[in-house]
Each structure stands twice: as C-alpha cells, then as structure tokens.
Design a protein. Structure first.
Length: 74
C-alpha cells in the first residue's frame, strides 16, 4: 500500500511522455506505417453507433465532470 492508501504513486507528465515515445518507437519497428488518429473539429464520433454511444454516456449526469476530463484527453 502506498503513501496515500489505495491511490497509485504520482507520475509526472514528462515521464509519461517519455514512456509513450519509447512505446511508439517500439511499435514503429513492427509497423512503419503507424500514424496517430487525428480528430478534426469537435465531433468525436462519425457513425450513428458512435454518436448513440456518446449520447448514452452523457445521460449519466453524475459523471459529467469525468466526461469533460475525458474529452480533454482526446
């Protein structure tokens, strides 16, 4: 158990970015055509299924603070 009970130890963003970059380089060795997903505009989903899924998620008002945070990750 860590210093703050069940919470994981804080990892700085710079360390996370370095780890992500190493993982990208590792994946590029297997697939040189690897490219990031680019979201253009404010629409996350394009298909009817994806839009319905997002509408369903937004019905959970108790988690509204998490939805905004999730959007910021994208």
């Amino acid at each position: 158990m860590g210093r703050f009970g069940d919470y994981p130890e804080y990892v700085p963003v710079s360390v996370k970015k370095e780890k992500a970059q190493r993982q990208i380089e590792k994946l590029r060795k297997k697939n040189p055509n690897l490219a990031p997903i680019v979201i253009e505009g404010r629409t996350i989903a394009r298909t009817w299924w994806g839009k319905a899924w997002n509408q369903n998620l937004e019905l959970y008002a108790d988690y509204s603070n998490r939805l905004a945070r999730g959007r910021s990750y994208i």
